[in-house]
Design a protein around this ligand. Structure first.
Ligand SMILES: *Cc1c(COP(=O)(O)O)cnc(C)c1O
Length: 228
């Protein structure tokens, strides 16, 4: 069985190779470790192997891990669907939110961001897979949503996030990530972030400008939802 440290080396090598193939600087591609369903001990081990950014989908689970890991200088990213009644805790306990797809949620996050913290970094989740996905705004909704979110005081709009329909077909991966990259370029805003690419498709995402790849399985192994 490979350890998390082995996996960090393996994923880092994939990122390096993909960046080189795209003639990009590998330092511009961040590795966001997706630790949902994994215990705090696994996060601690990944930190020991050099990772600092962690992504979580489930609020209660994330808050428990944050409490256990309070001695470590970690950056926490919320990447899951957001219900209105969860925005306050997210605004208080995270550094980034990747999964904002409607204005009401962004307004609440801005209102509820504590004054002593820096602005909350935001990515807008866009759905480029049509009916195959329930989350994310449509490409047509994106320009107005982005302009409105960019104007909110306690948020810093950084860019877009996408979870294309899973496929092993590289051409389909390229089409989806290319669409996200074009949507970002069409927004007349100073954005610096594209959060896209997971364990099975990080190479295609990096080829199309990803600046965060969100990696779970390739770092921590398969998830066991039954054991949560
Ligand atoms: C679970 C999850 C990931 C990680 O997926 P893997 O295929 O395990 O790498 C990335 N992004 C989001 C939004 C997720 O929910």
């Amino acid at each position: 069985m490979s350890t998390i440290a082995d996996n960090v080396l393996r994923v880092s090598a994939r990122i390096r190779q993909a960046a080189a193939a795209a003639q990009r600087d590998e330092a511009d591609v961040g590795l966001l470790a997706v630790s949902k369903t994994k215990p705090a001990a696994a996060v601690r081990e990944a930190f020991g192997a050099g990772l600092k950014d962690f992504g979580e989908n489930y609020l209660q689970e994330a808050l428990g891990k944050q409490l256990e890991l309070g001695d470590l200088p970690l950056t926490w990213h919320f990447i899951g669907p957001i219900q209105s009644n969860k925005t306050r805790a997210i605004a208080e306990h995270f550094d980034w939110v990747h999964s904002v797809d409607r204005l009401k949620i962004a307004q609440r996050l801005s209102e509820q961001r504590p004054a002593e913290l820096p602005p909350l970094n935001i990515c807008l989740q866009v759905n480029v897979s049509g009916e195959a996905s329930k989350s994310g705004c449509t490409p047509a909704e994106l320009p107005a949503l982005a302009a409105a979110v960019a104007a909110l005081p306690n948020l810093r709009l950084r860019g877009l996030m996408a979870i294309p329909e899973p496929t092993e077909d590289r051409a389909a991966q390229d089409a989806a990530f290319g669409a996200v990259q074009r949507l970002q370029a069409q927004l007349d805003l100073p954005l610096d972030t594209l959060s896209m690419g997971m364990s099975h498709d990080l190479e295609a995402a990096i080829a199309h400008g990803a600046t965060w790849v969100r990696i779970g399985t390739a770092l921590f192994g398969a998830r066991d939802y039954g054991a949560r």
